[in-house]
Design a protein around this ligand. Structure first.
Ligand code: ADP
Ligand code: MG
Length: 312
């Protein structure tokens, strides 16, 4: 048998809990959102349904507090909302603005598929593209305008060529391509960005596993394709004709816009790079064939300006 003392103690504790609960419920009923909810539904609510909904009102209040304090909640990323469900007070959870934004960012990232590209491409935007006095050279401005125009007018049903950005190392060619891809993602357009020299090496290594074809296939079908740093490394005949040639041939047939960046102009690329294979054999006709496709798929813009890599 319990001692009388213990029983009294328990009763007192119970009373404390009840008193505490009353205290908390006072705060709950004073909450502006709770008040607004009860007020908005006063015609559908009875004293009894409000009493039965106490725990729901408390849950709503408590979860809001946890979120405000940055503490773990029942459903992270979701915020509580009061609702009336056939006369009963209930709490539902809706995604927070933050969660929606995070999902949106993840979705945008999925639309920019990159192969061997530097990390900075994720953050590149038109808004951050340097166009201050020092950097607003004619070439950089022209490239920027053309890229913006492309994004604005892109339509899968109406072919318009991509850009062939040429200019010296560090002038911002890759950055501008990335900003273009990210802006296209905002319009739900998928882009594939490929660092071409690394891709070529990867393809050579894939011959052994017999899956070069698959990878080339995936790349060539991208709604928008960007081949970065073309001409940076000597190309083998195989890479030129069976990788680059195959990709460009498909895109020309299907009228799929393609972007390039290169330290070489189109003329230089053709004469110095495509025409001479890595064994020193000169093949001007093959080079001209590839060049024809590049010219169909893109428009050359010479970017000039200082090396931005030094900016740090
Ligand atoms: P390129 O491809 O012409 O060699 P990059 O696009 O790689 O040049 O640019 C060189 C460096 O300058 C990169 O590190 C890039 O992050 C930076 N950069 C270029 N343009 C911008 C810009 N508008 N805003 C911020 N950083 C830039
Ligand atoms: Mg580059």
């Amino acid at each position: 048998m319990e001692s009388l003392n213990k029983t009294i103690q328990k009763m007192m504790q119970g009373r404390n809990v009840a008193a505490n609960m009353d205290q908390i419920m006072k705060q709950v009923y004073a909450d502006p959102e709770v008040r607004a909810f009860l007020n908005q539904h006063r015609d559908q609510l009875t004293a009894e349904s409000v009493r039965r909904g106490r725990s729901k009102l408390y849950e709503f209040f408590h979860e809001k507090q946890l979120i405000k304090e940055g503490k773990a909640t029942v459903a992270p990323g979701y915020s509580p909302q009061l609702q009336l469900d056939s006369g009963q007070i209930d709490v539902t959870y809706v995604p927070t603005q933050q969660l929606i934004e995070r999902r949106h960012q993840a979705h945008l990232r999925q639309l920019v598929n990159s192969i061997n590209m530097p990390k900075f491409i994720r953050r590149a935007t038109f808004a951050d593209y340097y166009l201050d006095d020092q950097n607003a050279t004619a070439g950089r401005v022209a490239a920027y305008s053309a890229a913006e125009e492309f994004v604005k007018t892109y339509s899968p049903d109406h072919f318009q060529p991509g850009l062939y950005l040429t200019g010296s190392f560090g002038v911002g060619k890759t950055y501008l391509l990335a900003a273009t891809a990210n802006a296209l993602a905002q319009r739900e357009v998928a882009t594939t960005m490929v660092h071409f020299p690394s891709f070529a090496v990867e393809m050579k290594n894939s011959i052994r596993n017999n899956n070069a074809g698959e990878k080339i296939d995936a790349v060539k079908r991208s709604p928008v394709l960007m081949l970065d740093d073309i001409g940076a490394d000597a190309m083998s005949t195989w890479v030129r004709d069976d990788v680059l040639g195959v990709i460009l041939e498909y895109r020309m047939q299907e009228e799929l816009p393609t972007f390039f960046s290169s330290n070489f102009s189109m003329a230089e690329l053709e004469k110095q790079h495509l025409a001479i294979n890595n064994q020193g054999v000169v093949e001007p006709v093959k080079a001209a064939r590839i060049m024809e496709r590049i010219e169909f798929l893109s428009r050359e813009i010479q970017m000039n300006g200082e090396n931005l890599r030094k900016k740090g």
